[in-house]
Ligand binder design. Structure first.
Ligand code: ATP
Length: 515
């Protein structure tokens, strides 16, 4: 009897739209099977069918030669399938152990001591250190993800689906996760790994399957180059590096002086920061996540009120302005967490595309909305940004993750701006869309906008930055050129000042780092 998981002829429709069209996919025990594909290709839908989250319209799921039907995730878990979601399904105010007790497919575990031992045993076995008594809300994202993995393992999952698990992780956390995935594979688990980061695919894949528009379009050899993988994904050659001329900076358009911001618990998270961003330049804020970058962006928009210091946009003090006022004054804003701050999920795509201008002509005249203008704008943006949607009248919640991100960028880049503040602008978007979005951000710069870009992706920083501001524990470690070597940048991200970092890097043996 064949062991393993087979998806045969899986079809999934939403209304008249076929999101997954007769897909065959095998997952063998002891392999990492990478599933690639452009935004909206149907990867998550296929996996949601496998995990019992969506009913299938055709085809079958076969485990160890036996066809199975899953009405819900509990059925899938009972059959040995686990899924690690990008937005974790954990209860924040519960401890690690309590979350594991809740997550049992056979009903809750009632023996707390036994559950705690199980956490310790699994976390040791797979090299995933976790404090069983810690509350989820106190844990960094990477550790919360470990808890999700432990939950699946506690259910004796034999097949594990990781749907874009690295999108929200720091480079160090990504390295840790890769090691965990490899040890799970070596223990005989079958893994499906969805990612848009081709370097990760090259590092870890045993097999690679590529989807496009709901179908499997091919398989690639594990050693394939990033360029070949990109071409197979989007169906054309992709420029993995944006071609950009040197910046022509004008006068500063964003001026920040001695800015201090506290988090809700009162801790100082931005600690006396000074910088300028000129019109016509891209200043990238680099740093390990959690060093004050998010709060800096929120304070610039007006989402957080600074304790002290000033923020000026085109000479006007906006330090205490509300978001609506900074947006109206010409700030474009791409939030770090699109699901929380990026859009209104029960609004349509068309409505979300004008959220920042819904009270202004041509979209509103007085109190009346002009639906003709709103819909025309939506059709144009859909075309221009290649937003894969059936209709601009659909709720934005029906879009795939990468297409939601494209809606936000399309909205923010479609009006004259003084300043663009963009956090992780290409999170979750495919390589083809990254090529386009990077070009658009550079065009925005070349039109004279001051661009502040927060990114934890060193490759993105290298591709886009004219200057790089490195943040560590709420302070500026230094502002350096974008040609600064990666190892020097890495040391600065750990708080080492530039001169010292250069001296240390010169003495250290060279090593490849994850971007
Ligand atoms: N609940 C839904 N209702 C209508 N359409 C949907 C629904 N869920 C997904 N779709 C559509 O199905 C298609 C496939 O989406 P899916 O999320 O599977 O793509 P994906 O390959 O995972 O993309 P990404 O890389 O952007 O995450 C998309 O066109 C999406 O708009």
């Amino acid at each position: 009897m064949a062991t393993g998981l087979s998806l045969r002829g899986i079809t999934k429709r939403f209304g008249s739209f076929t999101a997954v069209d007769q897909v065959d996919l095998d997952v063998r025990p002891g392999e990492i099977h990478c599933l690639l594909g452009e935004n909206g290709a149907g990867k998550s839908t296929l996996m949601n069918v496998l995990y019992g989250l969506l009913p299938l319209d055709g085809g079958e799921i076969v485990i160890d030669g036996t066809p199975r039907t899953f009405g819900n995730p509990r059925d899938a878990m009972a059959a040995g399938i686990g899924m690690v979601h990008q937005h974790f399904m954990l209860v924040n105010v519960f401890s690690v152990t309590e979350n594991l007790m809740l997550g049992r497919e056979g009903g809750p575990i009632l023996d707390a001591a036994g559950a705690k031992r199980r956490v310790q045993e699994l976390s040791e076995r797979y090299g995933m250190p976790v404090d069983p008594d810690a509350l989820i809300e106190d844990l960094p994202v990477g550790v919360q993800q470990r808890v999700e993995i432990l939950k699946a393992l506690a259910n004796d999952a034999r097949f594990l689906v990781f749907d874009e698990p690295t999108a929200v992780l720091t480079p160090q956390e990504i390295d840790d996760l890769m090691r965990v995935m490899q040890s799970l594979r070596d223990e005989g688990k079958g893994i499906v790994f969805i990612t848009h980061k081709l370097r990760e695919v090259r590092a870890i894949a045993d097999r690679i399957t590529v989807m496009r528009r709901g179908r499997i379009v091919g398989h690639a050899e594990p050693g394939s180059s990033e360029a070949d993988l990109a071409e197979l994904m989007v169906g054309r050659a992709v420029d993995l590096r944006v071609d950009k001329k040197p910046a022509q900076p004008t006068a500063p358009r964003l001026r920040v002086r001695d800015l201090r911001v506290a988090n809700p618990a009162g801790g100082i998270v931005v600690d006396g920061i000074d910088f300028d961003v000129a019109g016509g330049e891209i200043l990238c804020v680099a740093g390990v996540q959690g060093n004050g970058q998010s709060e800096l962006a929120d304070a610039l928009l007006g989402n957080m009120v600074p304790l002290s210091g000033t923020i000026e946009m085109d000479g006007v003090d906006i330090s205490r302005a509300k978001p609506r006022a900074t947006i109206d004054a010409g700030m474009g804003f791409v939030p770090e967490d699109r699901e929380v701050d990026g859009f209104v999920s029960n609004f349509t795509i068309a409505e979300n595309l004008v959220l920042n201008r819904s009270n202004q002509p041509p979209f509103a005249h007085g109190m009346a909305l002009d639906w003709g203008a709103i819909n025309r704008n939506a059709e144009e943006r859909k075309q221009e940004f290649d937003i894969r949607a059936q209709s601009v009248g659909d709720h934005i919640s029906s879009l795939s993750g990468g297409n939601k991100q494209k809606v936000i960028l399309a909205r923010e880049l479609s009006r004259p701006l003084s300043v663009l503040v963009a956090s992780q602008p290409t999170r979750g978007v495919d390589v083809g869309a990254i090529e386009f979005l990077h070009k658009r951000i550079v065009e925005e710069r070349d039109q004279g906008t001051a661009v502040l870009l927060v990114s934890t992706e060193l490759e993105e920083v290298e591709a886009l930055a004219d200057r790089v501001l490195v943040m560590y524990r709420g302070k500026v470690v230094g502002i350096v050129g974008s040609d600064t070597p990666r190892d020097v940048m890495g040391l600065m991200m750990a708080g080492v000042p530039y001169d010292e970092a250069v001296a240390v890097a010169q003495d250290a043996p060279k090593e490849e780092t994850h971007g």
